[in-house]
Design a protein around this ligand. Structure first.
Ligand code: EPU
Length: 430
């Protein structure tokens, strides 16, 4: 655990412009996908975050050439990869490392990958990934926390996913791009990053249709060539700044976004009385009056994203009246509620619902970033609160938000990152 912490003095309105980085959840699939190509790829608009650094480090340790052209552009040469095993130490640090299974199957029909880590939302099974690989002709075994998946020959298959899962959809696409014949994935995830991965693979020569709908067809091809590709903007980073603007009575132009990807977030903000104006590749979020209560249910895309649920809870905590927030994707994504209550939020969790009684203001307090989006929520709460908030365990936030301090300071937020100067700060904010 890092000793660095965020210190936030709340109360400033966020105003001005912020530029959104590339999508984390697209990048962590596209980077491993490069191993299927038979020549180097240049990937642009890569977010400068620790999960991406881990993804490239995994490839480097497997023998790939990895060269950073600048902080957001990387060139990866997969030709020198000389193993089908992902190193255990780094691989289990992140959830997205499981994309190496599909990618290595696509490359050489065999993969040995540590069981995935990532944020703790209760049980996070990968049975649907396995079901897909087995349908494609693979067998698998588990040994010492590593999963080995192997196929004599990958053959296209008809796969019905029992629930909508982003990870399984993308992993099966990766394994199927070079399989013999046609693979059909039914009940597929429709998230923008699924479409981005399909676009990336198609640009390399794959034959994937239907990405963005719930039926995806992958016709196997012989080879994929290296290309230059630019990752889509991060829907969740954009949504996080939109909510931060609303929470602080701000006026922010959120640039480099795809407004269509933000529709569910925009709709909820408008329902709460926040003004949102859409431009071609930007949205302006402005709030002048009180926030109205509103009910939110998280759903797979195009529903309201689970990855915006904790941030939205902060806004609902400041709204007039009682709101209900339903989590329909993850079993246990309310661990942050106890932290938010330390700041004066009035929230009761009942199963998969949070009942939120709006309060007039939140108060600064020492809180923990219990996971990535929970951490973003604590930052928003700190910016909107009266007094000083200290956010601990910020390494979770750094996994998914590029330069969050710099971007917020650019908007007028009073936030800085430093090693906690002992208990003095605790006394001040006690
Ligand atoms: N599920 C299964 N079996 C499976 C796979 C999933 O039961 O084999 C269940 C999960 O337990 C969950 C639901 O299906 O209840 C959805 O899981 P999904 O596979 O869609 O999630 P994921 O691929 O593991 C990605 C993102 C998450 C995001 C979810 C949902 C990455 C690396 N992670 O996870 O992002 O919450 O999709 O949109 O892409 C985040 O960025 O903060 C984050 C956690």
């Amino acid at each position: 655990m890092t000793l660095d912490k965020f210190f936030i003095q709340g109360g400033n309105r966020l105003t001005g412009e912020v530029t959104i980085s590339g999508a984390k959840n697209a990048a962590v699939a596209i980077i491993p996908a490069v191993v299927i190509a038979d020549s180097p790829c240049r990937i642009e608009n890569v977010p400068d975050i620790s999960d991406v650094k881990l993804s490239t480090q995994i490839l480097m340790e497997m023998g790939a050439g990895v060269k950073w052209i600048n902080k957001n552009t990387v060139e990866i040469d997969p030709r020198t990869i000389d193993t089908n095993t992902v190193p255990n130490e780094i691989g289990r640090k992140m959830r997205g490392s499981y994309y190496n299974i599909g990618a290595l199957l696509g490359r050489c029909s065999q993969a040995i990958v540590p069981l995935p880590g990532g944020c703790d939302f209760g049980v996070r099974p990968i049975d649907q990934h396995i079901k897909g690989f087995m349908a494609l002709g693979c067998t698998y075994s588990l040994n010492d926390g590593m999963i080995e998946v192997v196929a004599k020959e990958l053959r296209g298959a008809h796969i019905y996913l029992d629930m909508v899962t982003v990870g399984a959809t993308m992993n099966i696409i990766l394994a199927a791009v070079k399989a013999k014949g046609l693979t059909v994935i039914e009940n597929a995830a429709r998230e923008p990053h699924v479409v981005d991965l399909a676009n990336f693979l198609n640009s390399m020569g794959a034959n994937i249709s239907g990405a963005g709908t719930d039926v995806i067809k992958v016709r196997g091809v012989e080879r994929l060539r290296g290309i230059t590709y630019s990752i889509i903007p991060d829907q969740i980073e954009a949504g996080t700044y939109m909510v931060a603007a609303a929470a602080t009575m701000g006026d922010v132009l959120v640039k480099n976004v795809t407004p269509k990807h933000l529709e569910s977030i925009t709709a909820k903000l408008m329902e709460m009385g926040v003004s949102v104006t859409e431009y071609d590749d930007a949205v302006r979020v402005r709030r002048d009056g009180p926030l109205m209560k509103c009910n939110v249910k998280t759903m797979p895309h195009p529903g309201f994203p689970t990855d915006m649920q904790p941030q939205m809870a902060v806004l609902l905590a400041l709204a007039q009246g009682t709101s209900i927030l339903n989590e329909n994707v993850w079993e246990n994504r309310f661990r942050y509620v106890e932290e938010l209550k330390r700041m004066g939020a009035q929230i009761t969790v009942e199963g998969r619902s949070a009942i939120i009684e709006g309060v007039n203001c939140l108060k600064g307090a020492p809180v923990r970033a219990v996971d990535l989006r929970a951490g973003a929520a604590m930052v928003i709460a700190g910016l909107a609160a009266k007094g000083t908030t200290k956010v601990e365990e910020i390494e979770h936030i750094q996994r998914g938000y590029e330069d969050i301090v710099g971007k917020l300071v650019g908007l007028g937020g009073d936030i800085f990152c430093r090693i906690d100067p002992s208990g003095a700060m605790n006394e001040k904010i006690g």
